[in-house]
Design a protein around this ligand. Structure first.
Ligand code: AMP
Length: 488
């Protein structure tokens, strides 16, 4: 009988992460632009941040726990980050201890020279690769899935760095938007499905890569284009080249970037995130109308959808919940007790507005149900006559293995409950979710049933676009352990 899970190489640190990446090639004081860019991507990860620069001779790195501000606005930190090329990373790991050794960019001295890497996404066969690499003598410095790429590059039998890098990427499954620095230049690349976003911009002579367009805006860069799924863009001494080393497949960018994750002032897939969220709200009003006095967003994530719902239904939009901006995201609190406390600290009812009113609350998603439960109660305590909950995404029934933090499946409210049971759990007068086809419609796409889906929507449908090697192995080991227990 197994007493420990032999595949659980992470040992306490989960491999899954939410992240943002930003890179600059060809600007004086590149690291200062990276600090600004990371600041604009702070919503993608608030636990730790890091920047690596290259001055033509040496690489310089600073990685720290906490926000970008407070770390990368200090002269003692920024002055040593010299050079015309730099990349950075913001990170939020899911649970467990976050060690500084896992904070990116990760750096290694390879036979070909220095190598720094920033990764947004999650490699779904990292544990399997890591186990094989360790058996072949690799010594890992972190528990991050990203480090497997470094070892695969180091072990590759190909001759040139580019071929080694491509060889490494061909062995990994899952989601990766990467910014890589070598003494030769910078490489930005996206996995063949383009699950996580990555865009390219330009300011002066400098080339910028960023997780979202909002980060280009912040440094005054013009949007050039998205990095295509499966594309590697190489910037070398002012020259840009594009490579497509993978067999082409239909892209499946993450639909949850539109629902929640990206900033509303970003553009993804040619669509304004804000406009899509409003369209989802309007669709929700068409699909699940309710007679009420006020439409109230759960701030800030529900705000654009609530505006769309109000405009479509003609029911007034009001700020019935006021959010404190001095508390971190609900999810950042690691334990359930603190998460409950966090919700109270974060939101407060606008009592004068709510009293005696029938309210429609709009949020982007229900994950564990913690926020909805608290907010519905808060509305009742403030004297609401009726509380109707409307959610601008379908029920989240499946965990994400591609870099969005979701709890294990059993902890998802929609995993074990249908909508009526979820409604009973959150004590609302009614609860409804936008349909999956409604969500695609808001994106301007055909119904999901009619086509091969244009997005990864696995969190709603369970239709994962890659194999989930690590999950399957863990599941089979668990099965084996269960059987062994029964036999004993
Ligand atoms: P819960 O309270 O567990 O049901 O989570 C739902 C709330 O968390 C919603 O208000 C969302 O805006 C927010 N949320 C959803 N997904 C995530 C995520 N991956 N990370 C952080 N917050 C999230």
């Amino acid at each position: 009988m197994f007493t420990t899970n032999p595949f659980d190489v992470a040992d306490g640190d989960k491999l899954r992460e939410e992240c943002g990446v930003f890179g600059v090639a060809g600007a004086a004081d590149a690291a200062r632009l990276v600090a600004l860019g990371l600041h604009a991507l702070q919503h993608r990860g608030q636990e730790a941040a890091g920047i690596t620069s290259f001055d033509g001779v040496d690489f310089h790195t600073h990685r720290a726990m906490g926000h970008v501000a407070g770390n990368f606005d200090r002269e003692d930190v920024m002055v040593p980050l010299r050079g015309h090329v730099a990349c950075g990373h913001v990170r939020y790991s899911t649970t467990g201890e976050t060690a500084l050794r896992n904070v990116q960019p990760l750096y290694a001295d390879l036979a070909s020279g220095g190598f720094a890497i920033s990764h947004n996404g999650n490699i779904s066969n990292a544990m399997r690769l890591r186990r094989d690499l360790v058996r072949n003598g690799s010594i890992f410095q972190s528990t991050s899935d990203t480090e497997t790429i470094i070892h695969l590059v180091a072990m590759s039998k190909y001759r040139t760095f580019l071929d080694k890098f491509i060889d490494a990427l061909k062995q990994v499954e899952g989601a990766y938007s990467l910014i890589v620095m070598t003494p030769e230049g910078m490489i930005a690349c996206r996995d063949p499905l383009g699950i996580r976003p990555l865009v390219m911009g330009k300011v002066g002579e400098a080339i910028i890569f960023a997780s979202e367009t909002v980060a280009l805006d912040v440094v005054g860069a013009a949007f050039v284009r998205e990095i295509e799924p499966g594309e590697l863009v190489i910037v070398k001494g002012g020259e840009i080249s594009s490579h497509h080393p993978f067999a082409p497949i239909s892209p499946r960018p993450c639909i949850f970037e539109h629902v929640y994750f990206s900033r509303p002032d970003s553009i993804a897939g040619g669509r304004s995130i804000y406009t899509v969220r409003k369209a989802i709200g309007a669709q929700l009003a068409i699909e699940s109308p309710v007679d009420a006095d006020l439409v109230i967003p759960v701030p800030d994530s529900g705000t654009p959808a609530a505006i769309g719902y109000a405009q479509q239904s003609g029911i007034p939009f009001e700020l019935g919940i006021i959010r404190s901006h001095y508390v971190g995201r609900t999810f950042i609190q690691p334990t359930n007790e603190v998460r409950h406390l966090g919700v109270k600290l974060k939101h407060n009812a606008n009592r004068a507005l709510i009293e005696g009113k029938r309210v429609i609350l709009i949020d982007d998603s229900i994950v564990r149900g913690t926020t909805s439960l608290k907010i519905v109660q808060m509305m009742r305590d403030a004297g609401a006559a009726e509380v109707h909950m409307r959610i601008a995404s379908p029920p989240t029934r499946h965990s994400c293995y591609y870099g969005v933090d979701t709890p294990e499946r059993a902890k998802l409210l929609a995993h074990s409950k249908n909508v009526a049971e979820m409604n009973a759990y959150i004590h609302a007068d009614s609860l409804a979710f936008v349909s999956i086809d409604g969500l695609y419609k808001a994106l301007g796409e055909p119904c999901r049933a009619d086509i091969r889906p244009s997005h990864c929507d696995a969190c709603f449908t369970g239709d994962y676009p890659t194999s989930l090697t690590d999950q399957d192995e863990v599941a089979s080991v668990d099965q084996f352990a269960l059987l062994a227990e029964r036999v004993v």
